[in-house]
Design a protein around this ligand. Sequence first.
Ligand SMILES: Cc1ncc(COP(=O)(O)O)c(C=O)c1O
Length: 481
Amino acid sequence: MPFDSKFQLTPEEMRKLGYQVVDQMVEHLSTMRDQPVMRLSSRQELEKKLREPLPEAPAPVEDILEKLQQDVWSNIGNVGHPRFFAFIPSPSNFVSVMADALVSGFNPFSGTWLEGSGPAEIELITIDWLREICGLPEGAGGLFVSGGSMANLTALAVARKFRLQDKIENAVIYFSDQTHSCVERAILVLGFHPDQIRKVQSDSAFRLRVDLLREALEADRSAGKTPFCLIANAGTTNTGAVDPLDELADLCESEGLWFHIDGAYGAAAAFCDKGRELLKGLGRADSLALDPHKWLFQPFEIGCVIVRDSDQLKETFRILPEYLKDTVRADEEVNFCDRGIQLTRSFRALKLWMSFKAFGAASFREAISRGILMAEFAENRLRSMKNWEIVSPATLAIVAFRYAPEDFSEDLINELNQLLIRMVLESDFALATSTVLNGRTVLRLCTINPRTTAVDISETLKWLDSLAAHASQQIIEKINQ
Ligand SMILES: Cc1ncc(COP(=O)(O)O)c(C=O)c1O
């Protein structure tokens, strides 16, 4: 029986579909460990399987779910797989998955207090928990956005407004050469020209070099430019490096610079003692980006921006047209549409709030410390294996390394590791991806998944070792040809 044309399902139909959907999810999540880490098809194959004209007639929903299972879910990377170590994994949790389902079902409009006071209060509280964990003072506040890219963009719009009154000509912005590309994109979106960006070289531990930053500031001031903002990393994507936040906070204070921290990946480490120690100075940011869909175990999409003076968000973004006047009520009621770019926005806070409550902060603390320990474990194992070289020691759950046989030249080692990565990508036992550090191609493991065991790491390293032996054999054969 097709569903009716008013898009209204009967209670029985809703329940039946709901159970079918939950069954599909539970089957996937409970067998994840035994599935390949990554499955993908070519564009041609998928066009063949999925391309069709817009369907005029309804199809049974069972058939649609079956099609999804066959051709769509079978072509995804399992970013929550315990041996998915690539990029930044996203090991989600089922409580938050159900929270997203609830949000979709109740569909609250989370842009104004009038239409979503309950959700707005939950968002205020959840942001406040994160504020406290990150060490920002009361009065700091923010909002949930789609991810780190939007969080950085939102924060930098506030910086532009409050340090430059939006007059961007002549202004200069600084960050290290290890900074995520979304920061540069945000700056360009905000209207700055590429020559207003200074990428400061990082040191041997991939932390921004403060001496070079000082030189750049001095040179720019002498040339009549206006330095206005520094972006520091609390956990780079490449290596997990944390810039010297305290020292940079001092410098920003004395130079009158806006101090933004990109903690999209690493700020969550503030939950545990070791992370807090590494992130000293985090709470001194004028603005901070962090990403619960990374190391706080949430499904996509949820990023967060916190600004030291939350009123600045409103002063940056608020525009009140006549058709929204009814939403302006008591001063203490927060209209989240005034704090960012989106008017219509979903209730992203619910999943984080529900998972904090259902698991407790102690579980988050333990899972995050465990992620750090797993990277240290991987580093120690690699150090005991022949021909493997640690290029960046375990930092905030990321370790970077390469296969470097003694008798290979630098160029050959790079070629070898590039070949190794191609082999890794063609296999599906585990997934690690590469990056380039000081001209060297390296592999990296990001070990934030709380379901990853020491055995997963050992087996992955053993598997990498055998692939590396094949790769070097191929290189040697090529040279000898
Ligand atoms: C340090 C850092 N900043 C920003 C981002 C961008 O975040 P998103 O992909 O959620 O937009 C990432 C993503 O990996 C990141 O690692």
